[in-house]
Ligand binder design. Sequence first.
Ligand code: CA
Length: 231
Amino acid sequence: MYDSPRILIIEDDKYIQSFISLSLKTNGYVFDRASTGIEGISLFNNNHPDIILLDLGLPDIDGIEVIKLIRENSEIPILVVSARGQESEKIAALDAGADDYISKPFNMGELMARIRVAQRKLKREIHGDNVRIFNLDYLTVDYEKRQVLIDNKEIHLTPIEYKLLLLLIANKGKVLTHNYILKEVWGYGETGDSRTIRVFMASLRRKIEKDKSRPRFIFTEVGIGYRFADE
Ligand code: CA
């Protein structure tokens, strides 16, 4: 089922809707289209899609409301389609439970890359994520031994840095907001200070990135949060 997921597009802009449809069709995906939030919710309920592509500026209800309504009973991957520069809107969508966003204008390659990330989330949910070793390029994490290795040499991380790294890896390819990271790692949300994250992120990067000016693993999403490399 996850090899060819059914995608629901909720987008009122006809041009973007047909661009997305064409991209999905070209890549062999099955999809449904809605032009309003209400229509989207009803297609969600009736057609049981696997992934949702959601525009936030809809003519009837706000896209954020659509996310909240869907999140009441589903963990389906939601990918928000948002205008570039609308950082506060993206943060609100991610905090409401969206998985990721893609900024307009985007090309087919970017869209497909984001959909592949969402598909991996689906696979993880179906098969469970019980890997014991994570490896990407020169970074290895052995979860059982709680060891982090760079080029097969063990490095030392503080407990917070280790927690941060595991959180990033568990969500690789996906952007995590400052609020989300504060909540997951430190246990508090909105009241936390994103400067705290910056300090720990900087020391984590010093330990795992070979070239901090051209990061291999941890990317900054300016004004929003961080994203761990997808591959
Ligand atoms: Ca719109």
